[in-house]
Design a protein around this ligand. Structure first.
Ligand SMILES: Nc1ncnc2c1ncn2[C@@H]1O[C@H](COP(=O)(O)OP(=O)(O)OP(=O)(O)O)[C@@H](O)[C@H]1O
Ligand SMILES: O=P(O)(O)OC[C@H]1O[C@H](OP(=O)(O)OP(=O)(O)O)[C@H](O)[C@@H]1O
Length: 222
């Protein structure tokens, strides 16, 4: 079988991977042993199906691989899908994993006398400049975004800005860095991401896989 004909599934190598693998297994897909070997430097893996391959990439890159058709299907956080907003991606299924929320946070001391409804301009450190700008634009607030790729919680303490927009789950990272949540932008879970062209040209196999994931999600939640 040529590489062209293979169905490529892109999975995120971070924290979601552990939660997504039971779903992949429930779909009847088992990656080769190297996938589970932390010493392996391989990035592309065969599976128990000749025509199915798995690539393991960074969470943000899953969306890019799927949008450009390098992978036909993938799993990534709703935060990533919102940030890129790729028209080429169809995200039909909430997988019910990777629960978190996108929030605006600021130092505890600042929050005591702060009133977010009076903001007209904010400088924000974030990994999500598009989500942040859109959110504040809707409220008529001009957002100046400083793009960071991690450790956003450091920014207010180091004079980069007063506020951040980041993912919050337990809240312990905010707390450990003297920050408090002042607004919630949206809730996030991980979703199945499908390339729209592939959905048309390889409709049967992709719809079949979406259905398998749907059943796996239902089985887990029932
Ligand atoms: N604290 C959290 N709790 C629950 N889900 C989270 C949390 N942080 C991130 N997520 C979800 O998991 C996804 C992947 O996050 P992860 O931390 O594994 O990778 P990353 O730091 O965004 O990317 P990378 O490490 O590849 O740069 C996020 O896009 C989000 O949907
Ligand atoms: O509310 P909590 O449960 O503390 O989780 C929130 C933290 O989790 C994520 O960071 P991650 O661990 O992915 O690190 P990074 O984004 O800095 O790489 C997010 O960016 C927050 O820093």
């Amino acid at each position: 079988m040529s590489e062209q004909e293979k169905l490529v599934i892109a999975l995120p190598k971070g924290r979601i991977l552990e939660e997504v693998m039971p779903l992949v297994k429930a779909c009847g897909i088992e990656p080769e042993a190297a996938f589970f070997d932390s010493k392996s430097r391989a990035l592309k893996f065969a599976t128990n199906h000749d025509h199915v391959e798995i690539v393991r990439v960074r969470s943000f890159d899953v969306a890019t691989f799927v949008a450009f058709g390098a992978a036909q299907i993938g799993v990534c956080g709703g935060d990533v899908l919102l940030e890129f907003d790729y028209p080429e991606i169809y995200a039909p299924l909430d997988l019910g994993i990777g629960y978190c929320r996108i929030c605006v946070a600021e130092p505890k001391d600042l929050s005591k006398d702060d009133d977010p409804s009076r903001w007209s301009h904010v400088r924000v450190a974030t990994k999500y400049p598009n989500i942040t700008s859109k959110y504040f634009a809707k409220r008529g607030v001009q957002a100046e975004c400083i793009k960071l790729n991690g450790a956003m919680e450091l920014a207010p303490n180091m004079g980069l800005c007063s506020r951040i927009v980041d993912l919050v789950s337990t809240g312990s990272t905010l707390k450990a860095n003297g920050l408090v949540e002042v607004e919630q932008i949206c809730e996030i879970t991980s979703r199945l991401a499908v390339n729209r062209t592939a959905l048309k040209t390889r409709s049967e196999e992709i719809k079949d896989l979406i259905e398998k994931f749907r059943e796996a999600v239902n089985d887990v939640s029932s």
